[in-house]
Design a protein around this ligand. Structure first.
Ligand code: HEM
Length: 321
């Protein structure tokens, strides 16, 4: 049997490739003779993936809760995959930034749209039972969620409202350590009664504080906002790019938090007194975007838009007003 020309060409190319590394193509070809065919299930590690759900109770809806959190973390990982490529790019262009920010927006759109799986897709009675077995764990402890913020905006924008704007856009490394004490989310995990850090927060900081501070130092000059500002002026005026960045701001700081908040309302809202959150925190006062007013790109918004941050959406979608 005669070998096709294209096969011979490929073998030549392979020979060159392996020779360049001092390797013997013949041995590799022999290896191919014994190698098994790739299967779908091995490629995506399906058995491992499907073995990662370990409910702590035998309440059926807990499986939904676990899997949806896992799905969310995978989407966060997809976002971070893009952030890393943008932030470490050696010759970033507006085009590249736009394409990749759009990818992140798609992931967040998907997460926001699917959040009904949480807010409507579990029985309240079941949820209120199994959540007690999961204490003091909380989605609050999602490190990837906090990392996404650091890749996107200067650290000063992530300070608690009272400390925002008090630090440089690109702070010194020693400053970042001080700033960490005033990061906005510490408020969400402080005990109402005593003002002390909740166990949820203490555990989170024990595991991730150093990593988060290191990330803030690493990306202080090359987060999305700083990179955008380094683009040529004409590119910074590109409407599509500005809209994509605004979309990202709204996605991460309004749409997703509101879909999430709506879920907390669905399960934990109870007259006259709400059901306590994981660490006895006041989630009604902490979670709504209109109170947190986290904004990644403040100068892309008018004062009126910042004033209205998250309000309209709350009325319309959470309380059906
Ligand atoms: C029934 C579903 C859920 C309920 C009732 C709920 C409730 C809450 C509450 C009350 C808090 C405030 C902190 C605390 O005391 O724990 C919180 C924080 C948080 N949860 Fe959830 N959650 C749900 C699902 C999820 C999911 C699926 C994720 C995805 C990872 C998630 C991620 C977060 C994050 C990132 C925070 C911190 C938000 C911030 O700091 O602004 N949650 N959640």
């Amino acid at each position: 049997m005669e070998l096709k020309l294209e096969i011979i060409e490929k073998v030549k190319l392979l020979d060159e490739k392996y020779a360049a590394m001092g390797q013997d193509l013949n041995s590799y070809l022999e290896g191919l003779l014994y190698a098994d065919y790739l299967t779908y299930w091995n490629y995506i590690h399906l058995d491992t993936l499907l073995s990662l759900q370990s409910p702590l109770t035998n309440i059926p809806d807990e499986e939904i809760f676990i899997m949806y959190h896992q799905i969310t973390e995978l989407y966060f990982k997809l976002c971070i995959h893009e952030y890393k490529q943008i932030c470490n790019h050696t010759a970033l262009t507006a085009d590249y930034l736009l394409t990749r920010v759009n990818r992140i927006n798609r992931y967040f759109d998907a997460l926001t749209m699917s959040f009904d799986i949480m807010s409507e897709g579990m029985e309240k009675e079941q949820f209120l039972k199994f959540r007690m077995s999961l204490l003091p764990a909380s989605g609050f402890q999602s490190a990837q969620y906090r990392m996404i913020e650091i890749y996107t905006t200067p650290f000063t924008n992530l300070m608690h409202k009272d400390y925002r704007g008090k630090y440089a856009e690109v702070p010194a490394d020693t400053e970042i350590e001080k700033m960490f004490e005033h990061i906005y989310w510490k408020e969400g995990a402080t005990e109402l009664a005593t003002g002390k850090k909740t166990l949820t927060l203490k555990q989170f900081e024990g595991k991730y504080a150093n990593q988060i501070i290191a990330l803030a130092k690493e990306y202080k000059g090359n987060n999305i906002w700083m990179l955008y500002k380094q683009l040529p002026e004409a590119d910074q005026k590109n409407t599509k790019l500005i809209e994509a960045l605004q979309h990202l701001d709204v996605n991460v700081n309004i749409n997703w938090p509101l879909a999430h908040y709506k879920t907390a309302v669905a399960y934990l809202h109870k007259s006259p007194e709400d059901i306590a959150a994981t660490g006895g925190t006041n989630w009604q006062k902490y979670l709504p975007p209109r109170f947190q007013k986290r904004i990644f790109f403040p100068t892309l918004w008018t004062d009126a838009e910042k004033e209205e941050w998250g309000k309209h959406w709350v009325k319309k979608y959470v309380f059906n007003a």
